[in-house]
Ligand binder design. Structure first.
Ligand code: FA5
Length: 373
């Protein structure tokens, strides 16, 4: 571009007209070029071409020093205005390009979450909750709504919490009711060391719960338990129980029966046939076995109920005074009830599962039949 030269004009008016004309021309030239550009680098080059050190406008500004004061006064602000205009226009165009690029990227990365019927969606396997998790969460919600806490406890337990504090001293025949996996310190004889085991029931959490709170209280404690047992349609070596305990003043067997009936009604959403019979557990007195009419065979007899039509589901009873004492509670002042629900068997009854071993199988064809996330 030809740069305006102030010496060649004859008078101040002619000079100003020429100068203004040149500035207009530069502006027009700049805008024409700018509107044809789409890339960031090209715009930066254009900016440098006009306002860089040796750019057209910069040269004009340098020439101010050779002008007389009147020319400078009229021309200087206009030249500076043009420089600002060019800088501003370049910034606007750069911002516009940046936004366009971001939008392009977003359009490419967009995930259609409503997409179900295409190849991409079909290749993704959706997960689901294990049926035991579904039932456990339902039961926890029911008990939470009735003011119970939900507690947890260790899987590896000592003799005191799993047996002694539950009124089952060493050599008590009741220890044989639950075939136990023991840990032994190979360096020591069993007599020298405190014995550890994999808990055989969730009743260990009764003891820990009592020792860590003051009555009145009520809590449940779901969890895995371990027994060295032969497996069949209704027996596993690793299975789940859900313990419950309520301690307060003047609690009666009718309170116990009310809570047991409520929980079964909530879970099955209908009345199910149950029977209560005497049961022996050293930690409750009196003790009961609550059986449910087998929902797999409708009470006719099958491998799950061992042909008797009833499934042992919910042993329970009034807490033995010795257990309250071991938990630091005065049995003269307080009493209560406890229960130990066989959670896996409840899951089987609810979904009509005819073999407990399906629950642990890890077979996705089995698991995927239940409610999805
Ligand atoms: C107990 O474990 C007692 N701790 C329960 C209890 C707590 C009674 C509080 C009184 C007061 P039991 O061994 O019967 O009791 O087991 C309780 C329930 O767990 C059974 O009714 C049954 O539903 C389930 N169960 C027992 N053994 C197995 C097994 N091998 N596989 C699957 N479920 C089992």
């Amino acid at each position: 571009m030809k740069i305006f030269c102030p010496y060649k004009v004859k008078n101040i008016y002619e000079a100003v007209i020429n100068m203004t004309h040149d500035l207009e021309k530069i502006k027009h030239d700049f805008l024409t070029k700018l509107h044809s550009l789409t890339k960031e680098a090209d715009i930066l080059n254009l900016k440098s071409e006009f306002t860089g050190k040796t750019g057209v406008v910069s040269e004009l500004l340098k020439s101010l020093k050779d002008m007389n004061p009147e020319e400078r006064k009229s021309f200087g602000p206009k030249a500076n205005e043009l420089k600002d205009f060019i800088t501003e226009q370049c910034s606007l165009f750069l911002a516009k390009i940046e936004i366009e690029e971001i939008n392009k990227k977003l359009a490419l990365d967009r995930i259609d979450i409503s997409m179900t019927e295409n190849i991409q969606a079909k290749s993704i396997k959706s997960g689901g909750y294990h049926p035991r998790t579904i039932i456990q969460q339902e039961i926890e919600d029911i008990f939470l709504s009735m003011g119970f806490d939900v507690l947890d406890g260790p899987h590896i337990e000592d003799e005191f919490h799993n047996f002694e504090a539950l009124n089952i001293p060493a050599d008590h025949p009741a220890r044989d009711m639950q075939d136990t996996f023991w840990f032994h310190d190979p360096q020591k004889t069993p007599k020298e060391t405190k014995k550890y085991l994999l808990r055989t029931h969730t009743s260990n959490i009764q003891v820990r719960g009592m020792l860590s709170r003051k009555p009145p209280f009520r809590f449940i404690a779901p969890g895995v338990v371990f027994r060295s047992e032969r497996t069949d349609a209704s027996h596993e070596m690793v299975f789940t129980q859900l313990e419950g305990m309520m301690v307060g003043k003047d609690i009666s067997v009718s309170n116990l029966i009310y809570f047991m009936k409520t929980i079964l009604k909530e879970i099955f959403k209908r009345d199910v046939e149950v029977r209560l019979r005497p049961g022996f557990f050293p930690f409750v007195e009196p003790g009961f076995e609550l059986d449910i009419s087998c929902l797999i065979c409708g009470g006719k007899g099958c491998s799950v109920c061992k042909q008797i039509g009833w499934v042992e589901l919910l042993p329970c009873g009034m807490i033995h005074p010795n257990v309250l004492k071991a938990g630091g509670i005065d049995p003269e002042e307080y009493n209560g009830f406890a229960f130990g629900l066989g959670l896996d068997r409840l899951v089987m009854m609810r979904y009509g599962i005819d073999d407990i071993r399906h629950l642990q199988s890890g077979d996705l064809r089995f698991n995927s039949q239940f409610k999805l996330f």
